[in-house]
Design a protein around this ligand. Structure first.
Ligand code: DAH
Length: 331
């Protein structure tokens, strides 16, 4: 056996191994338990041969370790090159939604009232006849009590037709002074048209304190209308009737399209109807156990859809409910 030639051959195989598998095969062939070298080492009888063969074994093992290191470096290089991520490539686009115009207006209303120190609440949508009508002093023959106008369930429950029952709930929950705004959905049996939808939103304000007057109501509504429609707006009151206020009024806000001169939006009157309001009726105070001689208050209710329509000049209320992105993306 020419051990020198054998070592050359083994070294070439080890250094020429192109992959980790090739290298392992060479290691098994030249250094494994069944390799010629291992077998020869097991049969060594004299010191000289032992030193020769052990020297070869040690050098070959070192060559394997060195080749292993080189291959690992090359593999790392390759991966760094091939698997590199180009962080300058544009990422996958994630379509982000935005806030629905009704929610936008709702938040503006909340901000305007929080600025006045009002508390914001969100009441139940399924009410009882007692809270939706009776305690708000609706007369027994009021048209809203008819199943033609209102969605009734069994045993005296209804889908609330207005946010006004919130007035009763808060008055029963805690003693005045009270400054609250309640915002949420209401339901009426209306056919769907460009101006009516059987579900819509209202915001309802209630202030109960000592010595409140219509002037306080007017100042409050002026503040809110200016927050919603801009600082130039003016507010006026027309007399009206609601069961739970006395006197009752309908507030108008000056038209922002024509500035009050008259245009199609304001039906050439210069004013736009904003909802209902008034001074809390003494019967409402009595229904919640408060003395109307001691306490005074004002209340108001306005539609959020109407507010969104006016702010964005949306002619058809259905656009706010149909969820058509081509429409909603505009706001
Ligand atoms: N609830 C009335 C409606 O839906 C609006 C309203 C009128 C609310 C007068 C009030 C109010 O708080 O005082 O038509």
């Amino acid at each position: 056996m020419d051990w020198q030639e054998h070592e050359h051959e083994a070294t070439r195989a080890i250094e020429g191994a192109a992959t980790a598998d090739d290298l392992d095969a060479a290691r098994v062939t030249y250094l494994g338990r069944k390799s010629e070298l291992a077998q020869a080492l097991r049969g060594v009888r004299d010191r000289e041969t032992g030193m020769l063969l052990n020297g070869i074994r040690i050098r070959l093992e070192a060559a394997v370790a060195e080749r292993e290191r080189v291959l690992a470096d090359e593999e790392l290089e390759r991966r760094l090159r091939d698997e590199v991520i180009d962080v300058t490539l544009p990422g996958e686009e994630l379509p982000l939604g935005h806030i629905h115009p009704i929610t936008q207006v709702r938040r503006m209303v909340e901000d305007a009232f929080l600025g006045l120190g009002y508390e914001v609440r969100d009441d139940r949508e399924v009410e009882t006849v007692e809270y939706n009508f009776d305690k708000l002093a609706f007369g027994p023959t009021h048209s809203a009590r008819s199943p033609r106008d209102t969605f009734f369930f069994e045993n005296g429950t209804v889908l609330r037709t207005e946010t006004s029952p919130s007035q009763i709930h808060i008055l029963e929950e805690k003693p005045p002074p009270i400054y609250m705004v309640s915002i949420g959905r209401v339901y009426r049996r209306d056919a769907i048209t460009a101006t009516r939808y059987p579900i819509f939103h209202q915001f309802e304000g209630l202030a109960v304190d000592k010595g409140l007057t219509l002037a306080d109501l007017q100042g409050t509504l002026l503040h809110v209308m200016r927050a919603l429609y801009g600082p130039e707006r003016r507010v006026r009151f027309r007399t009206h009737y609601f069961p739970f206020t006395e006197p009752s009024i309908e507030p108008d806000v000056s038209c922002g399209i024509c500035g009050g001169a008259g245009c199609r939006t304001c039906k050439f009157s210069g004013w736009i109807e904003m909802g209902g309001a008034g001074m809390v009726d003494p019967r409402v105070f009595e229904n919640v156990g408060l003395d109307p001689e001691e306490w005074s208050g004002f209340a108001f209710g306005c539609g959020l859809e109407r507010t969104a329509q006016l702010r964005h000049d949306i002619p058809d209320i259905r656009a706010l409910w149909e969820g058509d992105l081509r429409v909603l993306r505009q706001f």
